[in-house]
Design a protein around this ligand. Sequence first.
Ligand code: BLA
Length: 510
Amino acid sequence: HQTLPQDLLDQCAREPIRIPGGIQPHGALALLRDQDLVLIQASANLGTVLGRTIAPYDNPTLADVVGNDTTLESDVRRWAAGGDATFLEQYQIDGRIFHITGHRTPQGLILEFEEFDESERGRSASFYQLLRDFLDTSDGLKTIADLSAGVAAEVQALTGFNRVMIYRFDEDWNGTVIAEKGDGTLPSYLDLRFPASDIPAQARDLYRLNRLRLIPTATYTPVPLVPTLCPVDGAPLDLSFAALRSVSPVHLEYMRNMGTTASLSISIVIDGQLWGLISCHHAQPRYVGPQIRAACDFLGRVVAQQVAARERAAEVDERLRLKGIETELVAHLARAAGFQTGLVDCASQWLALTNSAGAAVVTDGIVLAAGRAPPIDSILALSEWVRARNVEQIYATDSLSAEWPPGKDITTMASGVIAIPISRLHASFIFWFRPEVVETVRWGGDPRAAKATDALGRLQPRQSFESWKQVVRARAQPWRSAELLSAVDFRGAIINFVLQRAEERAQLTE
Ligand code: BLA
């Protein structure tokens, strides 16, 4: 697999993206002290953005900041005193309309101001319609692929970004673009895979918690916070949940290299895990206001639930189907002279139990095999190796040779292996095998080229996103959890069977 040297990965993951010390310039930020809502820290552009004279060092009151010719001041006070986690309203300040969002942090209340953008007018009116239509049609989108394509189209319609992608993470945190809706302005990234190092661990961590980020232009100059450190605790202000948080300069360079000026990304979080992103790109600068963003966030959550429901339903269906096969097989074994020969007699059910191409049973150094299985000697050597691992219930891999070097000689039969121990005393196992499936992965740029460093040894994002083909060998189709559960269940049945036969023998000899 393509991974960066650990020290470079660590370096990327160490960038403190939650405390960048500044914001993006498409709005302004104010930190209010909890007890009296006095302004104690602000982005340097607060006065300019609001068109008022504000001196952060003079501890201005909330009314000094936002004026008191609207209900804004009293509404914020009421929110601050009440229980809601966040605040999102529109107000006029000196004749200009602002979206004002608020959230609570241990360092105080953060208010963010974004001026209403004329391009939002009319869009808001149609987004309820769009969301409703999506909810109506999404029931009919049965597969993850269809659902993803539907969502990409929906977000494209909602936001007008040139290219909207559904980006799904794999177990190594590489990601693949599994659906895309574009207007032809930017090249297609559909089916391309991107290395885990493109979105380092601390960023993924943050995106699990804060599900949305907007970068209207990747060429901005950050606006610093004044004073630099938060007066409450002398620490940098935590901007984890600030919409305006200034983003990593490494990432901005990445965007520029990619030819995208603006981006919006929305997390798809399932069971507390980052499953994927809805990633939107625009060739030109592009801003979308808090209401459209909230609609996108809402969609991201709907999609997460729908993906989870479909994945669960597919697992349950498969589990039931495999259970049916197990029942048949066990009934047959009950009539067989020994379970080993019984398995061979019912080879097709035996293989079907885990959707495998080959299987073997090893007891007392004797191997019986079915389907496409490795040679006897290899199976015996493999049993010894698995035994040395002291496996309790199950051992499974989709790339045997990566864990057991002799496995490289049997990849065409056994790149994927499940082993279940069926005796505490002996190296007795039931195995299932899956062949190598040679896969051609198209990467969005050569992942090895992501290792470039600058003169100071700092890792740089890669320059080229030309697709690059990699042929992956010695890997089988990964095991699904329904298949692994099926193997574990079957182990229970076999152990019962062996015990029962032992008891019967004991009774006969009594
Ligand atoms: C962040 N990298 C990101 C983000 C994405 C990507 C989506 C989230 C920010 C956003 O919303 O734009 C990567 N964008 C992609 C990928 C696709 C895409 C893969 O559209 C594919 C379609 N990046 C590097 C290297 C480093 C790095 C080498 O390439 C480290 C040195 C860092 N990427 C990096 C950091 C962030 C990031 C630090 C966090 C940015 C932030 O939120 O501050």
